[in-house]
Design a protein around this ligand. Structure first.
Ligand code: SAM
Ligand code: DTB
Ligand code: SF4
Length: 339
């Protein structure tokens, strides 16, 4: 039973008060809400593919794909449809249920969008949910993607409106809100979240979550990324995030957006299994699955299978049995099967 109604009128003070709860109280409240709205031991698995990499004109300070920073990344033009189909088929065989195509665009050009529409059709034909993240969209472009069968569009707010100007100067917060409105108006499901660890204040984190929760409809997916510090980007040497603050951010996202899938997103590569378990306890019920995010590393499939099995978690859309099959031996001992 949930004691928390679905709301769209949060004040900053209320959200800050949730962050300030004693850790165990916050986790308990998040668990209650989680269990009222979701299968408690199920994790949705999305696999990412960068379909167009690098040489992006935007200046997002966190991003290895901006043309302005020397990160040593090799740019790659838009992939062929057949290559994307092959990657999607592999993701499905590994157990993903959603395939998310990311492109380093400010916004897609009409010619590129025509190719991406084909990719969406192929992904759908494999029986996968489709997601795309291509930068800003006009209402007509959003409608075009919807007509092709796209299920989700990812477009993050990244941080609070106040802190945003420290991170990105080449497009405004309002541009992002406009794209989100276009995506919603087209009937697409919204995937929208942010990044923790960019030097933002606790108030900025609260304000990001408040902004997401006060949208006219909550995003269906809320990715909470921990900054991946990529050498060459302006944020390469920022302070580390207190892991408990990261868990708190997940828990507050769960409390504010009860029905959303909250995704424990970028940053898992550097997290212990115990920290990830705390994130699941705080209400995360989705991950990026597969050894690469867009350009940086993610835990490999074997490690994630082992983690889910150790915790008795099941992949959403899979059979009820926890994922235990074909587990290689864990380093230093036999693979543990969940009972
Ligand atoms: N170019 C499109 C855009 O910006 O909307 C789509 C791709 S962009 C890489 C998608 C999201 O990835 C960004 O909004 C940001 O939240 C996240 N991201 C990028 N670099 C990251 C990093 N180093 N650490 C964590 N998240 C990152
Ligand atoms: C999201 O919120 N995180 C993903 C996805 N949406 C597109 C991207 C994370 C990117 C991390 C840095 C990289 O691999 O380039
Ligand atoms: Fe470009 Fe997106 Fe990276 Fe910003 S986050 S630099 S828009 S690829």
């Amino acid at each position: 039973m949930s004691y928390e109604p679905i709301r769209h009128d949060w004040t900053l003070a209320e959200v800050q008060a949730l962050f300030a709860l004693p850790f165990t109280d916050l986790i308990l409240r998040a668990q209650r809400v989680h269990r009222a709205h979701h299968e408690p031991n199920t994790v949705q698995m999305s696999t990412l593919l960068s379909i167009k990499t690098g040489a992006c004109p935007e200046d997002c300070a966190y991003c290895p794909q901006s043309v302005r920073y020397d990160t040593g990344l090799a740019p790659q033009a838009l992939l062929e449809v057949a290559a994307v189909r092959e990657c999607a088929a592999r993701a499905k065989a590994a157990g993903a249920t959603r395939f998310c195509m990311g492109a380093a665009y400010r916004s897609p050009k009409p010619r590129d969008l025509q190719v991406i529409v084909q990719m969406v059709r192929e992904v759908r034909a494999l029986g996968l949910e489709s997601c795309a993240t291509l930068g800003m969209l006009t209402p007509a472009q959003a409608a075009q993607l919807k007509a092709a069968g796209l299920d989700y569009y990812n477009h993050n707010l990244d941080t609070s409106a106040e802190y945003y100007a420290e991170i990105i100067t080449t497009r405004t917060y309002q541009d992002r809100l406009d794209t989100l409105a276009a995506v919603r108006a087209a009937g697409l499901k919204v995937c929208c979240g942010g990044i923790v660890g960019m030097g933002e204040s606790p108030a900025d984190r609260a304000e990001l979550l408040r902004t997401l929760a006060n949208l006219p409809a909550h995003p269906e997916s809320v990715p909470i990324n921990q900054l991946v510090k990529v050498p060459g980007t302006p944020l390469a040497h920022g302070p580390d995030v207190d892991p408990f603050d990261f868990v708190r951010t997940i828990a507050v996202a769960r409390l504010l957006m009860p029905r959303a899938h909250v995704r424990l997103s970028a940053g898992r590569e550097g997290m212990s299994d115990e920290l990830q378990a705390l994130c699941f306890l705080a209400g995360a019920n989705s991950i990026f699955y597969g050894e690469k995010l867009l350009t940086t590393a993610n835990p490999d499939v074997e490690r994630d299978r082992r983690l889910l099995a150790r915790l008795g978690l099941t992949a959403e859309g899979a059979s009820r049995a926890p994922v235990t099959q074909e587990l290689p031996a864990a380093p230093g001992g036999a693979a543990r099967a969940a009972s």
